[in-house]
Design a protein around this ligand. Structure first.
Ligand SMILES: Cc1cc2nc3c(=O)[nH]c(=O)nc-3n(C[C@H](O)[C@H](O)[C@H](O)COP(=O)(O)OP(=O)(O)OC[C@H]3O[C@@H](n4cnc5c(N)ncnc54)[C@H](O)[C@@H]3O)c2cc1C
Length: 416
């Protein structure tokens, strides 16, 4: 006899879809702001909200316990009266009726819905791209699986020379593995940084023993008994691999909200208060596409913790009745070996770069200008330049170029 699951109707003032960085921050900031209404947060991972950045850094290295990934202690949510529904996926939304349904038995009746669903790692789009032994790094579960296979692996190929691929390479080479990074562009970090930064990181990785190959496309992955054995390059070369990591970008999770009628275009379109085109529905974090004033108003998604947190606070400001658009300078970081790269601003449309300091000292900055105005700063082991650079970007300053280039002149002194 078949049993039909009985639906459970739940009334909630706030429904947060996605128990990640942005979603958690909405709940936290609402309670901090004195909100006394009901809050439900639904997440399709089995975990309470956790910090993703360590997944390609100290967690991958086995230097951080899973409990230390959690954004709040396990009992915080109950104590704060936030209904946490983990291991559940929201599968449909009826925006008119203010209803959302999960793949479990829940039907939520909400007043406001916050779509904070992040994204999923882009799968490897070549024949053999789904063989066992090919990994992506987005969730704690994926990294646990990766870690369990790394032990047995010797030859590891990382496809994609972006932040996540390079961070993983830095961890794995330290574990004595043979690591090769394959990047389709002619330099690593090509999407996010200018050539001097790419050259610096390529040299660092090579000095650590990583085989960095740029300008190489992958056409196929070969396997035996369903498991990866080699990667084939566009030039016909075949590289043996026990394990492959694909770090080739993120696809925003928008299918459900798009089906509900929200305007989407490589992300959920939102305004400066993170409102979607649907009534009482907001979207934040990696999946939200917004016009960013630091990219001359270009519409984009910013994939970073500070962005998810800042957008969460903007939503909360609306709900609490004192709307405050999120217009902070975007910023990012990446840890590789003992190098801390911190970036302030967006370098879209830069027409000039200035290297500040000597990369050979492993402590320097790269400043991006557009028509003389500082629009971004990449600071490598240079926290002071990062802090001051953020201010230069925020205040749209056009400093004297010689002073910018002179590490003896503190960047702070150029902030007006
Ligand atoms: C390996 C790695 C390293 C990173 N390093 C850095 C770094 O150094 N610095 C930095 O600033 N940023 C870093 N980031 C990016 C940062 O983690 C993200 O920008 C941030 O987590 C975005 O938060 P979010 O809330 O938008 O999405 P997420 O934190 O991804 O949360 C979204 C959640 O929603 C869930 N979900 C999706 N669809 C549904 C649904 N239909 N129903 C229920 N739940 C759903 C997802 O599974 C996920 O759990 C890194 C990311 C990764 C993966």
């Amino acid at each position: 006899m078949r049993h039909r699951k009985k639906n459970m109707h739940i009334n909630t003032d706030i429904l947060i879809v996605g128990a990640g960085q942005g979603g958690a921050q909405v709940a936290i900031s609402l309670r901090q702001g004195g909100f006394e209404g009901t809050i439900a947060m639904v997440g399709d991972e089995p975990d309470a909200p956790y910090d993703r950045p360590p997944l390609s850094k100290d967690y991958l290295a086995g230097e951080k316990e899973v409990e230390r990934l959690l954004l709040r202690k396990a009992d915080y949510w109950e104590k704060s009266n936030v209904g946490l529904y983990v291991g559940k996926r929201v599968t449909s939304i009826d925006a008119e009726a203010h209803l959302a349904t999960t793949d479990g038995e829940e039907i939520f009746h909400y007043k406001y819905l916050i779509w904070a669903a992040g994204g999923h790692a882009r799968p490897l789009p070549v024949p053999g791209g789904d063989l066992a032994g090919i990994h992506v790094i987005r969730t704690r579960e994926q990294v646990d699986l990766l870690r369990s296979e790394v032990e047995e692996a010797n030859e590891i190929i990382v496809i994609g020379g972006g932040y996540i691929g390079l961070e993983a390479a830095a961890v794995l080479i330290k574990q004595g593995k043979k690591v090769t990074v394959l990047e389709a562009e002619d330099r690593v970090l090509a999407r996010v940084a200018a050539a001097p930064i790419s050259a610096f990181y390529e040299a660092e990785h090579r000095a650590q023993g990583v085989d960095i190959r740029t300008g190489v496309g992958v056409t196929e992955v070969n396997g035996e008994k369903g498991r990866v054995t080699s990667v084939v390059l566009a030039n016909g070369d075949e590289l043996a691999a026990d394990l492959v990591i694909a770090g080739i970008g993120l696809i925003p999770n928008q299918d459900v909200i798009e089906a509900a009628g929200a305007k989407c275009s490589n992300g959920v379109d939102v305004d400066d208060l993170c409102r979607t085109s649907l009534p009482d529905i907001f979207s934040i974090g990696d999946c939200a596409r917004h016009a960013n004033k630091f990219a001359r108003g270009a519409s984009l998604r910013v994939e970073s913790v500070p962005n998810a947190v800042g957008q969460a606070k903007a939503v909360v400001s609306v709900i609490l009745g004192a709307p405050k658009p999120f217009t902070d300078v975007p910023w990012f970081w990446s840890n590789q070996y003992d190098l801390k790269l911190q970036t302030a601003g967006l370098n879209h449309g830069y027409d000039e770069t200035i290297v500040r300091g000597d990369p050979a000292t492993r402590s320097f900055s790269l400043i991006y200008l557009r028509e003389g105005q500082v629009i971004a700063v990449d600071a490598v082991n240079m926290i002071k330049d990062f802090m001051a650079g953020k201010k230069l970007v925020e205040n749209a300053i056009c400093p004297d170029r010689e002073k910018l280039a002179d590490p003896e002149v503190p960047l702070k002194s150029l902030v007006i």
